[in-house]
Write a protein that binds this ligand. Structure first.
Ligand code: PLP
Length: 386
């Protein structure tokens, strides 16, 4: 493998040579015409990637957590009620953030690896008066995939703005932001969008922007305030110079190239590729006796796998796999930290990268003293790939 490490963690992910080349171009100023054009192009491309032609995109230097805080700070005012459909670590994070920004927060929780039923969520929504409902599309700590479309219908029917944490999904899982009635969806550059870490990305529906404009309290953080960023995003799309805070120039160049590659593949083909690779990965894990953290088939994410260590195997597995040149991740959810590990399978990876990862996991399992039929995972994945 030419890459010294195959990066199969749930973000950051490996970069294509074209994205890497964009990152390494000579530094330009933030008002350079080439940069202004690329920024405008990235904003337009985001509407296509999110399937949200009428939405307002924001790209701000920071990580996914910044994008989450943009959503919270601009939509919530002190005393507003917020419902968190909680599927793990990142749902807990948005809950804490909502509370910090003054919201009255209710969680609909489930056991780790599970998700509340639609009936439970509906019952909670009817309890009343929620301004915002948050959904973690794929919770990266459990690899639980939430049924965003069905949940969004319930949220809207009960008068809540639907906010989707798509940090581990956008660019890998199917998302039809406008068709599904999602008001805000956000992600970060380094996950399934396939760019380096450093950019928070958020799209706001017209309804979300109206809610923002109807605020009676100012946003109490200048760097988070849509009012500061909106004219900047509009100017870059119009190709006009403007400045609020210096954009991460080369990251935006890299993001635009990456988004171009996503759209060249086309979103339906890209999400189908993620489904096919995830299916092959699952066949491999089952053949190796590795149980998924998600408790039901319908909850299995396509962008990563979270797996329980089999008897006799522990976190040393991650190191044994790294020794094969493949990076996977340990557990993240507090209840699963020492008992599970995670393998990312999102971005531009192909069947051979996945098969190499499975082979490395097999070698790591063997080094861990685990007894299994060597090669069974690779064979099962090969068969699933057809
Ligand atoms: C990674 C992740 C985040 C946080 O993103 P950072 O870039 O690490 O700040 C939030 N939500 C989900 C679902 C994630 O996977």
């Amino acid at each position: 493998m030419t890459d010294p490490n195959l990066l199969m963690i749930p973000g950051p992910i490996g970069l294509t040579p074209q994205v890497l080349a964009a990152l390494g171009t000579p530094q330009r100023g933030h008002l350079d015409p080439v940069f202004m054009k690329a920024f405008g192009s990235a904003l337009k491309r985001l509407r296509a990637v999110f399937s949200a032609p009428a939405a307002q995109p924001f790209v701000v230097a920071g990580s996914g957590t910044l994008a989450m805080e943009l959503a919270v700070a601009n939509l919530v005012q002190p005393g507003d009620r917020a419902l968190v459909v909680n599927s793990g670590y990142f749902s807990d994070r948005v809950g804490r953030m909502l509370a910090l920004h003054g919201a009255d927060v209710t969680h609909v929780r489930a056991e780790p690896g599970d998700l509340a039923s639609l009936e439970d969520v509906e019952r909670a929504l009817k309890g009343g008066g929620f301004k915002v409902m948050t959904i973690t599309h794929v919770d990266t700590s459990t690899a639980v995939l939430a049924p965003v479309q069905a949940l969004a219908v319930l949220g809207r029917a009960n008068g809540a703005l639907v906010v989707v944490d798509g940090v581990c999904s956008v660019g890998g899982e199917a998302l039809d932001m406008e068709g599904w009635g999602v008001d805000v969806a956000f992600t970060a550059s380094q996950k399934a969008l396939g760019a380096p870490p450093g950019l928070g990305v958020l799209l706001a529906s017209p309804r979300a922007m109206e809610t923002f404009r109807a605020r009676t309290h100012p946003v109490a953080a200048m760097y988070l305030d849509f009012a500061e960023w909106l004219p900047i995003m509009q100017a870059y799309e119009a190709g006009a110079p403007s400045y609020f805070a210096t954009p991460a120039v080369n990251l935006v160049l890299a993001l635009d190239v990456s988004l171009g590659q996503l759209l060249d593949e086309t979103m339906p083909v890209r999400t189908a590729r993620h489904v096919a690779l995830a299916r092959a990965a699952r066949a491999a894990w089952a053949a190796l006796g590795l149980a998924p953290v998600p408790r039901r088939e319908a909850l299995l994410a396509n962008t990563l796998s979270a797996l329980r260590y089999p008897a006799g195997v522990d976190a040393a597995l991650v190191k044994h796999v790294a020794a094969q040149g493949v990076n996977i991740a340990g557990g993240l959810h507090p209840a699963l930290k020492t008992t599970s590990f995670r393998v990312g399978h999102m971005g531009s990876i192909d069947a051979v990268a996945l098969l190499g990862t499975i082979a490395a996991v097999e070698r790591g399992l063997r080094a861990s003293g685990y007894g299994f039929d060597v090669g069974a995972g690779v064979v099962a994945a090969q068969r699933a790939l057809g």
